[in-house]
Design a protein around this ligand. Structure first.
Ligand SMILES: NC(=O)c1ccc[n+]([C@@H]2O[C@H](COP(=O)([O-])OP(=O)(O)OC[C@H]3O[C@@H](n4cnc5c(N)ncnc54)[C@H](OP(=O)(O)O)[C@@H]3O)[C@@H](O)[C@H]2O)c1
Length: 267
């Protein structure tokens, strides 16, 4: 396999039971990496592990709930004991939202933040001291194009992703001299179950695949772009197609962004 740089590397992937995280498990396992696969869905993780075929022995399932990271130090310590190191941490797990601000109860805002922001930084903070000690490591977070601007029905999703940019930029600045690399993935549209699992105003799943979602790139293609970005040590890895133009429009022609966002079917 081409990316032999990953041979025998230890790669921890959250969100590994579905979508982008699942596709990354397959590609890293095929590249010779030893993969720690996490999500809150053990049967889902076991399915992904089995789907790795003759590479399945390279994959360890380490389930935990990103919204309850009280046991995270213990989970990390177990994995370090078993594997001896962690070379790459890919924080992919997350949840989206489909609810207006005036309908969304505060407990739901907090739940989305717990998963997308606090879950991600808790694992990152638990892994970081080991990486500092080993004087190497690459930590990756997953934002979204709506982590760069507000978007209807995504208020707290957008806010939780924007918060990750502040945290990971600081992580980069503080740890550059310790040889810790950081990247933030910014996906546009990827054809996964993200909109299906997005939370509505009652905290239940949105339960359907949005029209735009299906027009996104495949998870396998997204995983390829992400791995290429990691190999190039890119601080921001853009993943998607023409929808990524919105990032530039928002930055350089905000008036046009607000006109377009107003017209986008926001379900
Ligand atoms: N697809 C897109 O178009 C798109 C666009 C922008 C950003 N993103 C971001 O990309 C990342 C991956 O999303 P995806 O598209 O691959 O969606 P997905 O298919 O729904 O996968 C989400 C993953 O996150 C995990 N997860 C969710 N809540 C969790 C929790 N409480 N504890 C542990 N794991 C949890 C899920 O596992 P469980 O089964 O355990 O819930 C699943 O493995 C997310 O951070 C998302 O915000 C995606």
């Amino acid at each position: 396999m081409k990316n032999s740089i990953f041979n025998n590397k230890v790669v921890w992937i959250t969100g590994a039971s579905s979508g982008i995280g699942e596709a990354l498990v397959y590609q890293f396992a095929n590249s010779g990496a030893r993969v720690i696969a996490s999500s809150n869905d053990l049967p889902g993780l076991q399915r992904v592990r089995e789907a790795c075929g003759d590479k399945s022995e390279q994959v360890t399932c380490a389930p935990f709930d990103l919204s309850d990271t009280s046991g995270i130090d213990e989970i990390v310590s177990q994995q370090i004991t078993a594997k001896g190191k962690i070379d790459f941490l890919l924080n992919i797990g997350g949840i989206s939202q489909r609810a207006r601000i005036d309908e969304t109860p505060l407990w739901l805002d907090r739940k989305i933040f717990e998963i997308n922001y606090f879950g991600t930084i808790a694992l990152t903070k638990a892994v970081l001291p080991y990486m500092i000690r080993q004087k190497s490591g690459h930590i990756i977070a997953t934002s979204s194009i709506s982590g760069r601007f507000g978007f209807p029905l995504r208020s707290t999703y957008s806010a939780s992703k924007q918060a990750l940019h502040g945290f990971f930029e600081t992580l980069y600045l503080e740890n550059k001299s310790s040889n810790i690399r950081t990247s933030v993935i910014i996906p546009g549209r990827v054809d996964t179950a993200i909109s299906y699992h997005a939370l509505n105003a009652t905290g239940k799943e949105h339960g359907r695949l949005d029209e735009g979602q299906a027009k996104g790139i495949s998870p396998a293609k997204a995983a390829q772009i992400i791995i290429k970005g990691i190999l190039r040590n890119k601080r921001e890895i853009l993943v998607g197609k023409s929808e990524l133009m919105l990032l530039h429009i928002r930055r350089y022609m905000p008036w046009l962004f607000f006109r377009i966002a107003d017209k986008i079917k926001s379900t």
